[in-house]
Design a protein around this ligand. Sequence first.
Ligand code: UD1
Length: 340
Amino acid sequence: MSKRVLITGATGYIGSHTIVELIKAGYEVTGVDNFSNSSPAVLEGIAKIVGKEIDFVETDCTDYENFAKVFEKYPDIGAAIHFAASKAVGESVEKPLLYYRNNLGSLINLIELMRTKAAGANIVFSSSCTVYGQPGPEHLPLTEQAPIQPAHSPYGKTKQMCEDILRDSVHAYGNVNVTSLRYFNPIGAHPTALIGELPNGVPQNLVPYITQTAAGIRECLNVFGDDYNTPDGSCIRDYIYVCDLARAHVKAVDRLLEKGERFEVFNLGTGKGLSVLELIHAFIKATGRDLPYKIVGRRAGDVEQVWANPSKANEILGWKAETPIEDVLRSAWRWQQNCC
Ligand code: UD1
């Protein structure tokens, strides 16, 4: 079986970190991206880290004809990791058709193009813990058996629908094998600070907002609610280091190519929940930076608390999130200072 892996969304946040880990592990990589939410400069960052330029094609995965050319150019693609998707929850409410077109269309094209090839469609899919909604307390920490609940946004629905599309394709076609990775909250940046998360405009996610506030770009961090039913009243999440997460993708590809399991799902988190206020104080402690913040009202659509039981990934993938939160937050801060 070929050791070339196609990475869609190659210049995105998780895609770029995963490419670094795949190359370190000895894989050949072909990256594709349409730069809709990233920049070609990310390719330079990756090249500096791995010491060579990666094979890359600028293409939109929803454009079937152009996407097909990638497979003609690289006939030895043996597996794909599918990151390419739109991911802003708020934007998805305003532009649902964009989300359905991008997120469903690109996946359908990928399956169609791969399943007719000799290697078949070995696909690792970038999913999210958002598929579980707000789990009842009896389901925390979350295992893969927790019920899937109706999603609150078109973005969340696309993740659920994509998993359905993949499951149905596995069922219908003999040569489609899938691993769906449900991420909790990826944060941090590569230790070299050459790649990291580059939010478009005002960050929606917590850690980029924290680092931009510490850098003086934003005046004050708003903490969305301190009246939740949690020990300090703020929401709880499972923050996972993006490089640890990237390594899980390598393990998932290894397993998919070796074992050819038809359809597997893994929760990828640390197993530890941290509140927004705990994360803020961890950042201040780790970096020594001042971080002005104030409590404001709840953000619409937020779930109260969610964290992973990562035992299945620990045991079956032989993978564990191991980087201490202070190191992770320092990496995010280094990246903030380096990126802009
Ligand atoms: C969100 C999405 C999730 C998506 C992920 C990555 C929802 C419900 N979930 O996760 O599906 O995969 O982004 O894009 O939208 N917070 C503040 N102040 C801020 C920003 C955030 O207090 O300025 C709080 C939030 O209320 C939340 C926590 O920080 O409690 C984490 O927020 P965020 O980083 O946006 O991630 P999620 O909402 O968990």
